[in-house]
Design a protein around this ligand. Sequence first.
Ligand code: NAG
Ligand code: NAG
Length: 402
Amino acid sequence: MRQWVLAVAILAAASAAALLLGAEAQQQGHQTERISGSAGDVLEDNPVGRLKVYVYDLPSKYNKKLLKKDPRCLSHMFAAEIFMHRFLLSSAVRTFNPEEADWFYTPVYTTCDLTPSGLPLPFKSPRMMRSAIELVATNWPYWNRSEGADHFFVTPHDFGACFHYQEEKAIGRGILPLLQRATLVQTFGQKNHVCLKDGSITIPPFAPPQKMQAHLIPADTPRSIFVYFRGLFYDTSNDPEGGYYARGARASVWENFKNNPLFDISTDHPATYYEDMQRSVFCLCPLGWAPWSPRLVEAVVFGCIPVIVADDIVLPFADAIPWEDIGVFVAEEDVPRLDTILTSIPTDVVLRKQRLLANPSMKQILNGLARKLPHGDGVFLKPGDERVLNWTAGPPGDLKPW
Ligand SMILES: *[C@@H]1O[C@H](CO)[C@@H](O)[C@H](O)[C@H]1NC(C)=O
Ligand SMILES: *[C@@H]1O[C@H](CO)[C@@H](O)[C@H](O)[C@H]1NC(C)=O
């Protein structure tokens, strides 16, 4: 049916994994030639099949044992770390010869530590990550060669490798010092932020594909809801004063439009949530604690035009997905005018966005890592080069072995 929708569903499914996965690349298996040239011809050139990734074999206490203890880790919005691992293990880009690897991947499930109600907590993540890096650096020669610059890590928590869900605390911690030179694959995307390192790869949060598939309704169902949103407007448990959550943008949506008949908005999460999105023209995707949520992926999958309200957001796969064309961007300060902004978009523009959302020709080649090849001169340290990483930096609690 809708191939583009499927492509996005796969993207959601394998999330991080998908960035290595062009549909064609998979069919063709891998080629041996290395990549050269600019990002532009890389896209044409299907580099994904040429990428070689070495997967470190770590003790299961860093990954599988955690999942066994709490299988819910497979379905929360940061599950990309697990799907990335699974994908790479059986992928054509995997090499068993580290000498020929372009990239090294360390499989640590740093967000697989859930509260009884299923919220992933990042408090143990730094310790675990640090310990895994130490292990890799001690047992293989590749880390020290570049101090991690040809290594990538999936750090899908709210503020990535800052490993805290509250922004101030995350900023206070900063990115884990040992990851200073590594490439981070993360859902967190906000420009000019301490927790977003240059060269990071932004991926969508995980939205379970089987679950979404199960809720598809006929594609010709009329979109009778104009604006749809389900979610929090205030987060009184974490932000009792109301000064921080969503920088007030969600509160403003509620205060301005709760009685507007064009707006179907509420905090109830109905069983028909996915069906409702397929019956809606616009789906609001305001920031929450982080700039965006699985809602964005869901809106795209269900052909509902995402209305992105999050200043300075960095969107996933921004060079492959034409966000400006398929979505609508509204500045946080313009939320009070949301009704006028949306009703004044001409019908042909709305139809065009809807067609793009369903366009089967829009194949995604998700090759963020491939595009960062070949590595530049600075990646490998030469004898006499000054070391950058400080193995004893960070709070003492992070330094305990895992
Ligand atoms: C890499 O560097 C670290 C820190 O200097 C050191 O402890 C470790 O033994 C080195 N690894 C190898 C394989 O030489
Ligand atoms: C490494 O970090 C520790 C803890 O912050 C600090 O005491 C030490 O001076 C640092 N070492 C170097 C070489 O910068």
